[in-house]
Design a protein around this ligand. Structure first.
Ligand SMILES: [Cu+2]
Length: 267
């Protein structure tokens, strides 16, 4: 029975190794590849931590199994040995994790800075924001500048508005401002690995870059009330010309006064 427990603890790290070998081919890591360059770097950080945790888990579990195996092999009649711990061992298992944590803390700063520190944004994202996103119970409101104009901090009479539809140009860093109209929400675009709280009273600049045209999900990741579940929108990443056509169509639609001009003329 003693050996059973030793084998039991050997089993789990062995299973972990098997899973590590199978997982990449079965796509068991992140459900989908990150769709933005920065998203890939963020995934890299998660994978780094996953590797460290996996190695630690396998190492400590085998060590535990080994200790149990050693004692299981001992004669039951043998005299028990008592010890008062080991200074060296304690120093090692304090210093090693401390260094690992310090390494992770320093290593991730570069990615964090690119994502969050405005001064470190890519040059194109330092420019005027493309759109202002306002989260409110329970929808996403977008405010675009009129075609050819820059988005101002305060709403302008010719601004364009949409709900739950975010159109952005593809292939370049896109900067936008995030606001909340009521309570705390969180802007979450899982395929882009972008997650940022929208805080009442704050205007938070964010940026992302989508290399491929397509539709991407935008969700609220902060429980914000009864309708939280339905607070989802779509991000449409489009080539520059289609993006501009969209803004122009939006402008015409918004300026349409209901009167269809008579274009047919008698000759
Ligand atoms: Cu919300």
């Amino acid at each position: 029975m003693k050996k059973f427990w030793a084998l039991f603890f050997f089993f789990w790290p062995t299973l972990a190794i098997v899973v590590c070998c199978i997982a990449p081919s079965q796509n068991w890591w992140f459900p989908s590849e990150a769709m933005s360059p920065l998203g890939k770097e963020i995934d890299g950080l998660f994978y780094l931590i996953l590797v460290i945790v996996t190695i630690t888990f396998i190492g400590t579990q085998y060590a535990l199994g080994w200790v149990l195996w050693q004692s299981a092999r001992q004669d039951d009649a043998a005299k028990a040995e008592f010890s008062h711990g080991s200074h060296t061992l304690e120093l090692i298992w304090t210093i090693v994790p401390a260094f690992i944590l310090l390494f992770i803390a320093l290593y991730q700063m570069d990615v964090w800075m690119k994502f969050r520190v405005q001064a470190k944004f890519p040059d194109e994202a330092k420019n005027a924001p493309v759109v202002e996103v306002t989260a409110r119970q329970f929808e996403w409101r977008m405010r675009y500048p009129a075609p050819g104009k820059l988005l101002q901090l305060n709403p302008q009479p010719d601004d364009l508005y949409t709900v739950n539809e975010m159109h952005v140009p593809v292939g370049r860093p896109v900067r936008f401002n995030l606001r909340s109209g009521d309570v705390q929400h969180a802007f979450f675009a899982p395929q882009l690995r972008v997650k940022q709280d929208a805080v009442p009273g704050l205007m938070i600049p964010i940026w992302f870059e989508i290399p491929k045209p397509g539709k991407y999900e935008l969700l609220c990741a902060e429980l914000c009330g009864w309708g939280h579940y339905k607070m989802r929108a779509t991000i449409y990443a489009e080539p520059e010309n289609i993006y501009h056509e969209y803004l122009e169509a939006l402008q015409q639609e918004q300026n349409f006064d209901g009167v269809v001009p008579d274009t047919e003329e008698d000759e």
